[in-house]
Design a protein around this ligand. Structure first.
Ligand code: 5GP
Ligand code: ZN
Length: 111
């Protein structure tokens, strides 16, 4: 998707503070952090949102979920963390490339 911000980050056309990547996901720091730790995990393949998922994405989504607690531990979040997936306009999604927010640290606001 040539006009997708996160695809441009994957391609290296827009810089990002990358924390982790493998063949299927990229993890980078949110540009406007809402907590001490605020990472975004995205699939390297373009998927608009959670609403576009189908059975072919089963392994990808499972792998992403399994990586979240490992990332959290690596960030020093030993007491827990929060994950958020905003979906669609009414769900507060601003960037239409599926992403999981990983938030943590002592300044985590109430939900
Ligand atoms: P959404 O509201 O779509 O769930 O979250 C989009 C997130 O992407 C926001 O937290 C926002 O701060 C972050 N973001 C938007 N543009 C950029 C960017 O260019 N670089 C990085 N690292 N994060 C971005
Ligand atoms: Zn994209």
């Amino acid at each position: 998707m040539s006009d997708c911000l996160f695809c441009k980050i994957i391609a290296g056309d827009i810089p990002a503070d990358i924390v982790y990547q493998d063949n299927e996901v990229l993890v980078f720091k949110d540009i406007n952090p809402k907590a001490d730790v605020h990472l975004l995990m995205i699939p390297k393949q373009h998927i608009n949102s959670l609403e576009q998922l189908n059975a072919s994405h089963h392994d990808l989504i499972s792998n992403m979920m399994l990586k979240l607690p490992i990332l959290a531990k690596n960030q020093g979040l030993n007491g827990g963390f929060r994950t958020i997936i905003n979906t669609g306009k009414d769900g507060g999604q601003e960037v239409f490339h599926l992403h999981m927010h990983l938030l943590g640290g002592k300044n985590l606001a109430g939900f």
